[in-house]
Design a protein around this ligand. Structure first.
Ligand code: 7TS
Length: 421
């Protein structure tokens, strides 16, 4: 197994090759056969596979340390609390946040966005105000804002996108105005792979005094995120797409905002004192962590992020960029295939359609060849509508994928053509 230190040592000489076979050894799920064929896992945008180190951390927690946090005076509870809070510091470092209290543990990107919509939204967004999102958002970054706007009588404004899948920044500049109360935009689109120019978009919003939430669900596992360099107000991501367990995610919020925001949920741990007349709330970040949290998930996430950092996000991004170039050429050479999403700045997603064949049929044929892709609207129906397709096939890459796996995808697509003529 590669430890964080091994990974850094392997990364030391700039010319050193990415030892993908060695890395793959850390991921037990990659070494299995499906339908009698070696698994080719190209559904990483849905969820990533987990390294043994993360699986071991979960087993160790439940085997030896299982206990509730922030409550007991006994040793196991103290150990669990320490591990839980250490993981928060790991997340803080991963995002380069200024303080650990700016890291709130949530269920995932979806819950992080809902928290901001409910807490920030209900406090500062009123009738006639506007929230700006983009055409290429995941439903998780559309529906919470729609619910809020309906409730408050506010308006949802949408940044349009060009045929390549790039946001039209001139249109964005026109949408930003005195009524804008929040911008919520993805760092990387899950359906197209577009890397949005979020730093620039945040600068533009801040010039008008508008805070920005970045949905980093697809970015955190693929590029180095620095919330202070981005200068975003909120950043969310899901642990399970970044080598961690399901059911755990992160909301980063600038302390000045989190301090002023009311709690999202009420319950144990989020309070300072309770009487029937009045409850006062706990300090950050506990004010936003009601109830027993996903302790094992938090510990597993800490290990996952250390693993990613040990590999080096810049090296991860470089390897994936090379795979994306190779995969793009593979698709361009496949008969009847059209790529949807051709932005200049793209990451790890290959969305495509095959002439005359429904995406689900392509997905099924690929599955029988052992290749796991996603077929459908990818929880981004407005993207499908914008590009005039009902669905796409999506191969989404991770640092443990190989050129040979993309060759297998190419062969699978030739088979699709043979079957459908
Ligand atoms: N935002 C983006 C950009 C996403 O890609 C996803 C999940 C979410 C938010 C929601 O994340 P969750 O962990 O809270 O569900 N995207 C996908 C996908 O592309 N295929 O399956 C899930």
């Amino acid at each position: 197994m590669i430890t964080a230190r091994d990974a850094r040592a392997a990364a030391a000489p700039a010319a050193a090759l990415w030892d993908v076979e060695r890395i793959r050894k850390d991921f037990p799920a990659l070494h299995q056969r499906v339908h009698g064929k070696p698994l080719v896992y190209l559904d990483n945008a849905a969820t990533s596979q987990k390294p043994q180190a993360v699986i071991d951390a979960l087993v160790a927690y439940y085997s030896l340390e299982n206990s509730n946090v922030h409550r007991g005076v006994h040793l196991l509870s103290e150990k669990a609390t320490q591990a839980y809070e250490e993981a928060r510091v790991r997340v803080q470092r991963f995002l380069n946040a200024a303080e650990a209290r700016e890291i709130v543990f949530v269920r995932g990107a979806t819950e992080g966005i809902n928290l901001v919509a409910a807490s920030y939204g209900r406090t500062w967004i009123g009738a006639g105000d506007e929230v700006i999102i983009s055409t290429i958002e995941h439903h998780s970054n559309i529906v919470p804002w729609q619910l809020l706007c309906e409730e408050r009588g506010a308006l949802l404004r949408v940044i349009p996108v060009d045929d390549a899948g790039e946001l039209l920044l001139d249109e964005y500049a026109r949408l930003l105005g005195a009524r804008t109360k929040l911008v919520a935009v993805s760092h990387i689109s899950n359906a197209l792979g577009t890397v949005n120019p979020v730093k620039r978009m945040i600068e533009m919003a801040h010039r008008q005094g508008v805070p920005v939430l970045v949905d980093g669900a697809q970015a955190a596992p693929h590029l180095r995120v620095d919330v202070r360099e981005l200068d975003c107000d909120f950043y969310v991501f899901s642990g399970h797409k970044a080598l961690g367990p399901t059911g755990i995610g992160v909301l980063y919020g600038r302390a000045e905002w989190l301090e002023r925001m009311p709690p999202y949920q009420g319950g144990g741990d989020m309070i300072a004192s309770v009487t029937f007349e009045k409850t006062t709330y706990n300090a950050l970040p506990y004010k936003f962590e009601a109830g027993t949290p996903h302790i094992a998930g938090v510990i597993g996430l800490g290990v996952a992020l250390d693993y990613l950092s040990g590999l080096g996000l810049d090296r991860v991004a470089a390897h994936e960029r090379e795979l994306l170039t190779y995969g793009t050429a593979t698709l361009q050479a496949a008969p009847g295939v059209r790529i949807i999403g051709t932005a200049r700045d793209k990451a790890s997603v290959l969305s495509f359609i095959v002439d005359g064949v429904h995406a689900h049929d392509v997905g099924t044929i690929l599955d029988h060849a052992g290749i796991a892709v996603r077929a459908g609207h990818h929880c981004a129906m407005p993207v499908m509508r914008r590009f005039g397709v009902p669905a796409t096939v999506r191969a989404s890459l991770a640092f443990y994928n190989t050129r040979e796996e993309l060759d297998a995808l190419g062969a699978g697509l030739r088979e699709v053509r043979e079957i459908f003529g």
